[in-house]
Design a protein around this ligand. Sequence first.
Ligand code: UVW
Length: 321
Amino acid sequence: MSTDERDIAELLADAPSNWGRWGDDDEVGALNYLTEEEVLRGVRAVEHGKTFTLGLPIGRPGGDPVWPGRSGADHYMELDKGHFEAGKVDVPGAAGLEYADDVVYMFLQGTTQFDALGHVWYDDRLYNGFDAGTTKGGMEYCSIEPMAEHGVVGRGVLLDVARHRGRDRLDRGERITLDELLDCADEQGVEIEKRDVPIIRTGWIELFYEEGADAFYGDEFAEPGITYSRDLVEWFHGMEIPAFGTDTVANEQTVSDETETILPLHGALLRDQGVAFNEINRLDELAADCDDDGKYDFLYVGAPLKIVGGTGSPVNPIAIK
Ligand code: UVW
């Protein structure tokens, strides 16, 4: 990131924070809001049993959409029928039973994923005040592991901003304000309740699949999305939002038109409030169904992997209506 650390620290100096709220050793932040009661509130949103998986394909031949500087997944076969045909495999006692094995080498943020709370920081402090030096060689604190132990289960609400604007997708770098999110919910006839998991659809990720990488990355990577504003971060805090998701790579307007810095919400929400970021979802099918039946809430289930010391984890979130 090119953001000057002093600037972001000054900007967020008196922004709402959850540090210490769940104790000095807490590493899961706003996921603490997702109690058994909240899980049951999510379960009560299930009416039909219709299931939508929000994960993107991993390792497509055409590549995967990732943050610039990262690469998509490399997938290769370690063992397949060819090895058996070439007489390279000897499994004593297999009696004709054969198998295939493969390997994926990938960035943990290289597909639909959760950021660990320690993934992004400023002023040398991670969420809850842990020293940024503890990220060296693997996250000692605020890795994805405690978040994965907790799981992310609650009531999800789709906010289909693209449809709300009557568009297939938002344009490069466009901003979504808090007022627009609230108007969108109003128009959809759904109430955003305290401790919900908002899932914001911009339509942006579809550009990668429909028009290819050049159109998606452009001359300068600039995703549309929400961004830092005082009212927005106070709303997240007051609404006790545990997690939120989008169909963009980084969940927020890339260069904030409010702060003119990169990804300020990673500071204000992830690092300061411990809000879990679920990024790079595919939301078109869920959105089409919500538009069809007018039901925009669901049980949201996100299960990141327990990667020891990991800065994040691939995930295939499930929305159940
Ligand atoms: C960065 O950390 C730059 O982005 P993301 O949250 O998408 O991993």
